[in-house]
Design a protein. Structure first.
Length: 686
């Protein structure tokens, strides 16, 4: 057994019992203490035996010279003896080796010369007092070692009695505790640091025993567990049973992890704690076991992080995420449904429909494929729409929301055909695309042409009929120039046969003949032009001129029937795009009907008025009469074919006239004349 530096820790062990710095060799230290005490007792006994045999003078003999002295010198600790007054009467070899002095120097109060100045007085005074009071003495002081270094010494003495029971002073031993002091300082410093960290940490820190009692709690833990004891909150938590803070659903997991701790395993887990006021908090507990030096489980220390807020946010996030996903799912389903609906709708449409973006067809219906002569798959994804409908580029370039234009389509076989294109920007899949509707106008154009032809034929027939009706008037009109020609020619013949005729007279008469022939020729030409069947041909026509031309056909009839014609024509010429023969036919028909309406009326009502006006957008030709007017039951029918109230009427004039006017983009309407008779309005776009 050796008593090296290990010995110096013994007092510390004695003083603190099983403290945290209890080192692995604590069993050996305990044995050392016992040995030390035993050796101290033996030495004390030897000293007393020695003393009883010798006189007082011997007591101060140098060590080694007596039996006691030799034993004391062999002792592994520094030993000393003081008398009843506390004056040193003996120190052993180990002490002298330590101080590097002689026995003489250290006797009396001399030993205290080597003490640190601040410690000296207290040490001496307390030793003297204890000696006099016959009480055990203990003191810590700094002692100068032989090498000039102060060392911390723990010095303890006990009363010493003679065998006869008389008091002899104190006998003591001392040991160097410098290393332990330094270790204690370091421990104190580290504990202070730990405390500072723990006290100021936002994390809850708890130390609990195996039976789950709190032995340490920091302020954050006290707050987390809602200990409302103000500054004493931490202290109030110490001693508490932790079970009261575990939420029922967390008890199992907590116990499971405590069991792991007791097996020395550190772990991190999530649990729910319920504060003293009942607030539930989700926490993360990171715990580790605190083990004793022999490996036994002592307690566990845990940091507690409040993650309620994070949990709430996670929950909120999850809820909003779920909601978003639900919305997306709904939208996707709605989109899919709307797409399917669109597809079904598009497929049932007779028009070609495509969704078109960036020069590519995203979707197309079967009708489009049929119209263009492609398979549907050939259209989707490719640039075929541009090839088949070159105008699509023009439409895409146009920023207007809705575009309608007539264009030419090119079928896959290269043949061309008329189409109507309608384009509209719509949002689709997060961007703007064009929905294009393609309508094949071939059939419509053919119908239009057939209708035009039919209308033209009808108009032609009507003109022939009208001419027949006008024949007597025309014959009368033609009769005039022909009679004049005959008269001039007869007069000429007579004068040539009778006495001759001067050259001037002859020229004059023949000029008259020529002029009258011209007039007759004009009438015939106009008649032919009117009756002639030809393709409708629209040119710029002047409205007032067309009115006057029409009136010329009616002149004879007006005169013969004593019908007053009033013209109220616009001062400025009004130009419209029209087939003037057709429009003149319409005006002529309106004039004929007006004349029919006033025929047989008293002379004051035999009035017909023609007015022309222009408002910049359209030209209006108004034919007014003061005749019988249209009977109420006829008002809705007069524009229908074969509606007539006249014995010889065909009932086709107004219906054909309306067709002609509408083909010109105009309107033909009827209004009753408030002062009796009718208003017929022919409107044409300018
Ligand atoms: P028709 O003159 O051969 O009868 P229209 O189509 O020109 O054929 O006219 C149809 C009918 O409209 C006439 O029969 C007549 O009843 C009525 N109508 C047309 N113009 C007038 C008018 N100015 N005043 C009264 N009735 C009219």
């Amino acid at each position: 057994m050796h008593f090296g530096s290990d010995v110096m820790f013994l007092p510390s062990l004695l003083a603190h019992g099983t403290s945290a710095d209890f080192s692995e060799g604590h069993v050996a230290y305990a044995i050392t203490i016992v040995v030390l005490l035993v050796s101290q007792v033996i030495i004390a006994a030897a000293y007393l035996v020695n003393r009883s045999r010798s006189n007082r003078a011997e007591r101060v003999h140098p060590a080694g010279e007596t039996q006691f002295g030799r034993m004391a010198d062999e002792a592994p600790v520094m030993l000393w003896v003081v008398d009843e007054q506390g004056k040193c009467v003996f120190v052993n070899r180990r002490w002298l080796d330590f101080t590097g002095r002689t026995l003489e120097q250290d006797l009396g109060d001399g030993w205290a010369d080597r003490l640190y100045p601040e410690d000296r007085e207290n040490a001496l005074r307390s030793l003297h007092e204890a000696s006099r009071a016959r009480k055990p003495w203990e003191c810590e002081y700094r002692l100068l070692r032989h090498d000039g270094e102060y060392r911390w010494i723990l010095d303890r003495g006990v009363p010493l009695y003679e065998t006869d029971g008389s008091y002899a002073g104190l006998i003591g031993s001392c040991i160097d505790i410098t290393e332990r002091k330094l270790a204690q300082d370091a421990l104190r410093e580290s504990e202070a640091r730990f405390r500072a960290i723990a006290e100021n940490s936002g994390l809850g820190i708890l130390q609990v025993t195996p039976d789950r009692r709190v032995i340490y709690a920091n302020p954050a833990a006290a707050e987390l567990l809602e200990m409302d004891n103000g500054d004493d909150a931490c202290a109030a938590l110490v001693g508490q049973q932790m079970d009261r803070f575990y939420a029922p659903e967390s008890v199992d997991i907590v116990l499971e992890h405590l069991r792991m701790r007791s097996e020395g395993i550190a772990s991190v887990y999530e649990a729910v704690l319920v504060g003293a006021r009942g607030t539930r908090r989700s926490v993360i507990i990171a715990g580790a076991p605190v083990l004793l030096v022999d490996g036994r489980f002592h307690s566990m220390i845990a940091t507690i992080t409040d993650i309620s807020e994070r949990k709430r946010m996670e929950q909120a996030l999850k809820e909003s995420n779920d909601l978003l996903e639900q919305r997306i799912a709904e939208r996707t389903a709605a989109l899919r449904e709307s797409e399917e609906r669109f597809q079904r709708l598009a497929d049932s449409a007779s028009e070609g429909i495509a969704i078109h973006a960036d020069g590519r067809i995203l979707a197309a219906n079967q009708a489009l494929a049929d119209i263009l002569g492609y398979a549907r798959d050939e259209l989707i994804g490719g640039a075929r729409l541009e090839q088949a409908v070159p105008a699509i580029g023009k439409m895409t370039a146009c920023g207007e929301e809705t575009v309608v234009l007539e264009a030419t389509g090119i079928r896959k076989d290269g043949s061309t055909f008329p189409i109507e294109l309608r384009g509209k920007w719509i949002p689709y899949d997060g961007r703007m695309v064009r929905v294009v509707a393609v309508r094949d106008l071939t059939a419509q154009q053919q119908m239009q042409q057939a209708e035009n032809r039919h209308r033209e034929e009808m108009a032609h027939v009507l003109r022939q009929v009208m001419l027949g009706e006008l024949a007597s008037g025309l014959a009368h009109e033609l009769n005039q120039p022909l009679t004049a020609i005959a008269n001039y020619a007869g007069a000429c013949l007579r004068r040539v046969g009778r006495a001759g005729i001067s050259r001037e007279d002859l020229i004059e008469t023949l000029s008259q003949v020529a002029s009258q022939s011209d007039r007759a020729g004009q009438i015939i030409r106009r008649m032919r032009a009117f009756v002639r069947r030809g393709e409708p041909h629209r040119t710029s026509a002047e409205v007032n001129h067309m009115v006057r031309e029409s009136i010329r056909f009616m002149q004879t009839e007006l005169t013969e029937n004593k019908i007053a014609l009033e013209l109220c024509l616009a001062n400025e010429p009004i130009h419209v795009m029209a087939d003037h023969i057709q429009i003149e036919q319409v005006i002529l028909n309106l004039l004929r009907n007006a004349c029919d309406a006033v025929q047989g009326m008293e002379e004051s009502r035999r009035q017909v008025m023609v007015t022309t006006v222009c408002d910049g957008k359209s030209a209006v030709i108004r034919v007014t009469d003061r005749g019988r007017g249209v009977p109420d039951e006829m008002v809705t029918k007069i524009f229908e074919p074969f509606s007539t109230t006249k014995p010889q009427g065909m009932g086709l004039g107004l219906s054909i006239s309306r067709g002609i006017v509408e083909a010109h983009g105009g309107k033909l309407t009827y209004e009753p004349n408030p002062s009796g008779g009718s208003h017929f309005m022919l409107t044409l776009p300018v």
